[in-house]
Design a protein around this ligand. Structure first.
Ligand code: FAD
Length: 378
């Protein structure tokens, strides 16, 4: 068996597999150094002065021993050949009996005008975090594009660490795609109280170098001076390898409820997949999927179920849990708010709970409300 990818998805499949089958040969191929780490830590690592090395929980050599696996690190798979049951690393051909694609997702890159358009950073793995920390060495001012979950988390991490942070988003308020305005405004206030500057209903259109850093020109022609530009506008599933192999690909690598791709003996899990139209780049969905795949790999063909899976937003300035309603679901928000304690419940016209966002003390209602939500995949 072969797994491509050593992120949370690839390693969770391997761990679950080893609970069921300790001996079958297992190969893990990873473009990175194969160290096991928790990616969600990346957006609140700076304030704790975490180095990339200290974020690695288990290095690849130990993972290989623990998993009784061969781990090929710094090894980029360049081609998958489903007919031949082989993957290629350049000219080198490696056969598989069953293959799991756990390729993750890549930051979406926007194009900008200006001579420094290519200086935008994003943080989606440990190497990115290394570059980001290096860029922060002599920096004071950081501009973050995107006030979604990850942009707000970085702002909440970096401002208290002594930087001057600006958040820029084309929507009206933070978390504008998943939460009602009351929630966004409460989070906005909490970030402003920390000292974060926020620019809404504007986007960056131009990035130019200056003597001391960069000048950002926004869509309303306002201008901002900054030392570092971080993009947190979202991720796109890694589909190129699968598409080139002829696998069915839409927004993500298309899998069925067994996590099977359109090719025989090839499964996919994690941020790279699309299942029944859903692309859910979070930890809980990949854990559920990895457990199902591990069973299927050992011959017990198993479907994945997705219960409602609320996500905790790591903004200590304002505790927050989101379980947004599925895109396109009709309904309205009902909101109770007292200061930072906000309970926003999304009800369908039949008065069924379709989603929720909880803030402050109301976060305690998470489990009870999650039980009332319909599963995302029953
Ligand atoms: C800053 C940040 C904060 C987050 N916070 C949260 C949170 O609080 N809660 C939550 O639920 N989720 C959070 N997430 C999302 C969560 O971290 C991801 O859903 C999860 O880590 C994805 O794991 P993965 O294994 O699918 O992908 P990845 O971790 O991206 O792993 C992909 C692997 O595939 C390898 N690879 C890719 N292409 C090839 C190739 N051609 N050949 C060989 N190897 C290849 C890569 O090297 C890598 O090892 C956060 C994400 C980020 C970026």
């Amino acid at each position: 068996m072969t797994i491509i990818g050593s992120g949370l998805a690839g390693y969770t499949v391997a761990r679950e597999l080893r609970k069921l089958d300790k001996e079958s040969p297992l190969r893990i191929i990873s473009a990175d150094d194969g160290g096991f780490y928790s990616k969600p830590m990346l957006s609140n690592a700076f304030i704790e002065n975490k180095t990339p090395e200290s974020l690695v929980i288990t290095p690849a050599t130990q993972m290989a021993t623990q998993l009784n696996a061969e781990i090929l690190t710094h090894t980029q798979v360049t081609q998958v050949d489903p007919q031949q049951h082989a993957v290629y690393v350049g000219e080198k051909r490696l056969e598989y009996s069953q293959l799991v694609l756990a390729l993750g997702a890549k930051p979406i890159r926007l194009t900008f005008e200006g001579d420094a358009a290519d200086k935008v950073l994003s943080v989606n793995n440990l190497d990115d975090y290394t570059h980001f920390r290096a860029a922060l060495q002599n920096a004071k001012r950081i501009s973050i594009m995107g006030a979604g979950l990850i942009g707000c988390e970085f702002a909440n991490d970096l401002q208290p660490a002594g930087f001057s942070v600006t958040l820029i988003d084309p929507l009206k308020y933070p978390l504008g795609q998943m939460a009602p305005e009351k929630v966004g405004r409460t989070l906005q206030q909490a970030l402003q109280d920390l000292g974060v500057s926020l620019y809404f209903e504007k986007a960056v259109k131009r990035i130019d170098s200056t003597d001391s850093g960069y000048r950002l020109t926004l869509t309303d022609d306002s201008v901002l001076e900054t030392d570092v530009v971080l993009s947190a506008i979202g991720l796109r599933p890694h589909t190129e390898l699968a598409a080139a192999a002829g696998l069915s690909v839409e927004r993500g690598i298309v899998v069925d409820r067994y996590l099977k791709t359109s090719a025989e003996d090839i499964y996919a899990v994690g941020d790279c997949i699309q299942i029944e139209g859903l692309v859910l780049p979070y930890v809980m969905p990949l854990m559920n999927a990895a457990r199902a795949v591990a069973k299927s790999l050992t011959g017990q063909l198993t479907t994945v179920n997705y219960p409602a899976m609320p996500v905790a937003v790591k903004t200590p300035a304002c505790h927050l849990v989101v379980s947004p309603p599925p895109a396109g679901l009709a309904g309205e928000w009902e909101i109770e708010a007292e200061g930072q304690d906000v309970r926003a419940l999304f009800y369908t016209p039949a008065h069924e709970l379709g989603g929720f966002v909880l803030m402050g003390a109301k976060v305690a209602d998470k489990m009870a409300l999650a039980k009332q939500l319909p599963p995302l995949l029953a």
